[in-house]
Design a binder for this molecule. Sequence first.
Ligand code: MG
Length: 139
Amino acid sequence: MKVEFTDDKVNIMKTALDQWGLAAQVGQTVEECAELIVALQKYINRTPSPDALENITDEIADVEMMLAQMRLVFGIDDNTLRKQIEYKFEKLKKYLLNDEINIKKITKYTSDLESEAAAVAALADEIWREHFTPIIGSL
Ligand SMILES: [Mg+2]
């Protein structure tokens, strides 16, 4: 999952910023984010289709390009962004590991498995009694 912009593409983005200016490009970023929101919402609300997935991919491409331009506008370099992403991942990891809901999910899953195992054992016992008791009983 790595999207990189070559120097050639960075130059194109710089040209776009020079051509249309900061306010227009910030506005375009907002617009592209909104288009991605709509594409994702359509995917959720309607029967998923190849067109919907294609639309999401298209909008993600637009948003990625605009976010790259916003990094140029606000001077956010790779190292700064990488650090912030690391921080966010650590927060997410802690949240996932400590969250009460996840503990409940894990507990419920374990409980479901135990219930399922008990149900399978009861069924096996029932099958045993139904099919083999007459045979054993007749011996
Ligand atoms: Mg778009």
